[in-house]
Design a protein around this ligand. Structure first.
Ligand code: AMP
Length: 189
C-alpha cells in the first residue's frame, strides 16, 4: 500500500486512541497523538507541559500555536514519510488549515478523514469507566462534559472542512473494540 495519511476525528471517548493503535499497526504508519505528546510534556515538566497542564485538566484546548508547532515537528520526522495517522489533531479550523498548508508545502495531502460517531451519553459512560482504569485527570464527569462542549463548538466544524474536500468517512463507534475495528477496515477498503 502507498503512504496513507489519515485524520481520525470524533468526540472524546469515541475510541480514537484504541482504534488508532490497532489501525497504525495494520497500516504500518506512526500513530501521532497530540494528546499523548502533551501528556508526555506535562510529565516531563517541559515549558510546553507547564503551560498546557491547567488547560488540559480543565478540558479546554491548548493554544493552536503550541499544538501546531508540536504536530509540525512530529510530522517532519523521518518515520512519517510512510504516512501517519493523526489522532486528536487537528481540533480547530485553524489547525486544519495549518495542517493543509504544511502538507501543501511538502506536496502531500490527507487521504481520508475517518470520523467515529458516538452519542454523548455513551461517551460519558465510557470515559467515566476509563477514569477508573487510567486515572486521567480530565476524565471527571464535569470535565468530560466540558470537553464535549469544546468538541461540538471547535472540532465538529471540521467534519464540514473534510466533507467539503470529499475526504470524510463516517464510522459508528458503538459496540466492541473489534466490531469498530472491522467497520473501520471495511470503510478503508
Ligand atoms: P486527547 O488525548 O486527544 O483527548 O487530548 C487530551 C487534551 O490535550 C485535550 O483535552 C486538550 O486539552 C489537549 N489537546 C490534545 N490535542 C489537542 C489539539 N489538537 N488542540 C488543542 N488541544 C489539544
Amino acid at each position: 500500500m502507498s503512504a496513507m495519511r489519515i485524520v481520525l476525528l470524533g468526540p472524546p471517548g469515541a475510541g480514537k486512541g484504541t482504534q488508532a493503535a490497532a489501525l497504525t499497526q495494520w497500516l504500518g504508519v506512526p500513530h501521532v497523538s497530540t494528546g499523548d505528546m502533551l501528556r508526555a510534556a506535562v510529565k516531563a515538566g517541559t515549558p510546553i507541559g507547564l503551560k498546557a497542564k491547567a488547560v488540559m485538566d480543565a478540558g479546554e484546548l491548548v493554544s493552536d500555536a503550541i499544538v501546531i508547532g508540536i504536530a509540525e515537528e512530529r510530522l517532519s520526522e523521518d518515520d512519517a514519510k510512510v504516512g501517519f495517522l493523526l489522532d486528536g489533531f487537528p481540533r480547530t479550523w485553524v489547525q486544519a488549515e495549518a495542517l493543509e498548508a504544511l502538507l501543501d508545502r511538502l506536496d502531500l495531502s490527507i487521504d481520508v478523514c475517518l470520523t467515529l460517531t458516538l452519542d454523548n451519553e455513551a461517551v460519558v459512560t465510557r470515559l467515566l469507566k476509563r477514569a477508573e482504569i487510567e486515572g486521567r485527570a480530565d476524565d471527571q464527569e464535569e470535565t468530560i462534559r466540558e470537553r464535549l462542549r469544546v468538541y461540538a463548538k471547535e472540532t465538529a466544524p471540521l467534519l464540514a472542512f473534510y466533507r467539503g474536500r470529499n475526504l470524510l468517512t463516517e464510522v459508528s463507534g458503538m459496540g466492541t473494540v473489534d466490531e469498530v475495528a472491522d467497520r473501520i477496515r471495511a470503510a478503508l477498503g
